[in-house]
Design a binder for this molecule. Structure first.
Ligand code: BGC
Length: 465
């Protein structure tokens, strides 16, 4: 009797796993194109399509004193430095001083838009101090962009904040959102007569998973539950800022949106139900929770044994005039029966790797556009690019991803523009200066910039479109 009971339980368990595998396999196909059959010269864009490049203050300006510059001095629990080989951002590309030179590079490239961030810690170095010189500096940058016929696109928050804000607990505490809101209000009042295109927060899920799960970004914690809370606070901060700015003068004529990174997690083995369960959990946190929040107002990350958090904010539904999509690649995930390392990232033998720990996967851009289109908002690709020190894959990357983008447009997706990441080689966070994302190579000894051979195809596509 007892034996047959266990047998029935076992059979039910087996069929449940079979069902999970079948259901996920059918619902989440991994898009793969046969690139041999694709004509990469057939890339067309509408006349009004926007072309730009993107950067972030901490990565290019130099001399930042914020949560990141503090983190750069620290070490991980295993004794290794937080930043590869103990590098630090230092003077970076010295773009604080060389912005005019950089703007001329954009002009040479033929882009019409530039997405850059305003460094909060430079504007408000202490809680009660506003640095007027820093405000004047950003006015100069914006005016210079206009002189060169380039439209400015401001990001209000790109991973960095002042040290005083960090000391208050940053976005770990919901009540701290008011400080960020106040900063955004100040910047908007100052620049909105000139700037009409605004990104609020860059990649909340990247920042939280790296800062509160992997411990590779500040504050270097590994606390999944807190990770879920911080992500919600960042999304909520966006909603509040959107509402605040929209109600200010120039609010209604400005386009304001958040920037979402999509990185799909695909199962290492499509027949393995545990790989599917692992990818479901990671995709739920990293991709779907944000999309669902803006679609329905519900934020829910309930992953047994990892994080358990849900909230509702009805204002989320109409809190974007557009959605910024940052896209780089996808990852294969293998489930391990280990508490310390349950999610293992894997690569396939035929993957063409970038210098970052991910492959070239142009199809993913199409797939992400399709996913984000459920929000029914105009889409801007606010970042896309490759780290390629040898410059032997950049041209292929650009052609494949732009092909995917042109196909998405052809299929009717509402994509309005594309910003290449990045204009220059720059400080690539935990990797320091080892990653070369620039269309322009930077010699960090002399600060000389030069157009990479692999970037010429981008210039050509721009001039043809
Ligand atoms: C970030 C950038 C970063 C880029 C390349 C994006 O996640 O917004 O700051 O440099 O990826 O890794």
């Amino acid at each position: 009797m007892e034996n047959s009971f266990y047998l029935i339980i076992l059979i039910i368990f087996f069929f449940t796993l079979l069902f999970i595998t079948y259901y996920f396999h059918k619902t989440y196909p991994e898009l793969k194109w046969d690139w041999k059959d694709i004509n990469l010269n057939k890339i067309n864009f509408p006349n009004n399509f926007i072309w730009g490049t993107a950067t972030a203050a901490h990565q290019i300006e130099g001399r930042c004193e914020n949560n990141w510059s503090e983190f750069e001095k620290g070490y991980k629990s295993n004794g290794l430095p937080n930043i590869k080989n103990n590098q630090n951002s230092g003077i970076a590309c010295d773009s604080w001083n060389r912005y005019e030179e950089d703007i001329k590079l954009m002009e040479k490239l033929g882009v019409s838009h530039y997405r850059f961030s305003i460094e909060w810690s430079k504007i408000q170095p202490t809680e009660n101090d506003i640095n007027k010189d820093a405000i004047i500096h950003y006015h100069d940058v914006i005016d210079c962009l206009f002189e060169h016929n380039i439209v400015p696109v401001i990001t209000l928050y790109h991973f960095t904040h002042p040290i005083w804000f960090e000391k208050k607990g940053a976005f770990e505490k919901e009540e701290n959102i008011k400080y960020f809101n106040k900063f955004c209000k100040l910047i908007f009042k100052e620049f909105s007569p000139k700037v009409k295109f605004w990104c609020t927060i860059n990649e909340p899920a990247v920042m939280t998973s790296m800062g509160y799960f992997n411990a590779e970004f500040p504050p270097g914690k590994s606390d999944p539950q807190l990770c879920a809370i911080v992500l919600y606070n960042l999304l909520n901060a966006h909603v509040e800022v959107y509402r605040t700015l929209k109600n200010l003068k120039h609010g209604s004529e400005s386009r304001i949106g958040i920037v979402k990174n999509i990185n799909h997690f695909d199962p290492w083995k499509r027949w393995n139900p545990f790989d599917w369960i692992a990818t479901w959990a990671v995709n739920k946190f990293f991709n779907n929770s944000t999309i669902e929040f803006f679609k329905t107002g519900y934020y829910s990350v309930k992953i047994p044994g990892l994080m358990w958090y849900s909230k509702y904010n009805e204002n989320a539904i109409k809190s974007n005039d557009f959605i910024g999509l940052n896209y780089y690649s996808h990852n294969y995930l293998k489930f391990n029966w280990s508490i310390s390392d349950p999610f293992e990232i894997k690569y396939k033998y035929d993957d063409i790797m970038t210098d970052m720990p991910y492959a070239i996967y142009g199809e993913g851009l199409y797939r992400s556009i399709k996913d984000i289109s459920v929000l029914k908002l105009p889409i801007y690709i606010t970042e896309n690019g490759i780290a390629d020190m040898k410059d032997d894959r950049r041209a292929l990357f650009i052609k494949r991803y732009l092909y995917a983008l042109s196909k998405a447009l052809e299929d009717g997706y509402d994509v309005k523009g594309y910003f290449y990441w990045s204009l220059l080689d720059n400080f690539e966070w935990a990797f320091g200066y080892d990653m070369k994302f620039g269309l322009f190579e930077v010699n960090f000894e002399t600060q000389e910039r030069s157009l990479r051979k692999g970037a010429e195809v981008f210039k050509k596509i721009l001039s043809a479109n």
